[in-house]
Design a binder for this molecule. Sequence first.
Ligand code: SAH
Length: 250
Amino acid sequence: MEGAAEGSGVVGSADAVAQKERVVTEEEWLQKWKTGRTGFHKEQGHPLLQKYLDILLNGRSGLRIFFPLCGKAVEMKWLADMGHRVVGVEISEQALKEFFAEHGLPYREEPVPGTSGAKMLQSMSGNISLYCCSIYDLSSAIVGKFDAVWDRGALVAVNPCDRERYASLMISLMEKSASYLLVTVLYDPNKHKGPPFYVPESEIKSLFGNHCEIKCLQKANDFSDRHREWGLDYFLEVLYILKFVCDKIN
Ligand code: SAH
């Protein structure tokens, strides 16, 4: 369903106002994990990452790749198996433990210096490091900078009032010439309160546009029974590639 929806007047930026005040607390996310309300998790991994992996890697090998709000995304294992170093952050310890258990990966736990209550779960081989804390507790002093990012279920899961803070943090974690695959969702925000939240293209541009080139790669139909139960009649995923460029800083 390439090229559909946006531009064809399905929703406009003004509709995003419907979700502006909505806040999901950390406790609510932890409860979702506890009670198994994790319909966002894709056991088979995400087809758009498979399809556009070459664009993300851009011929590079041995990258440091960041997974913000990672849940137990199986793509972390894929990329580590390809020889990249993967770093994730997630508030739910349960999610991180399930990740290691489901892939049969032994891991060790370490405290994160200077961040009380935070810990890092690291595969014994050292190539997957998952921080158990809020993303807002991280900085480049703690996690370093990244060559690539897979942002699926992350920007769209951040509370609308925290989007600028999230984007500034992500920008501060980018190496020069980093590439960033961003998946957003497109549906009628008057019919579902989120998450995932609807983030219009105009907002992607205002959040990141001063620091990178932004290109929409695909709009893909992702409508399922889950979305019908939410009261929706269409649901698309929109994939962008953000290319950070050294001299595009205002
Ligand atoms: N990216 C994953 C998970 C998406 S759901 C995937 O594609 O499957 C969003 C995840 O963010 C949840 O697992 C939730 O527990 C986590 N989360 C929510 N707020 C967070 C925060 N401030 N810091 C870190 N993780 C957070």
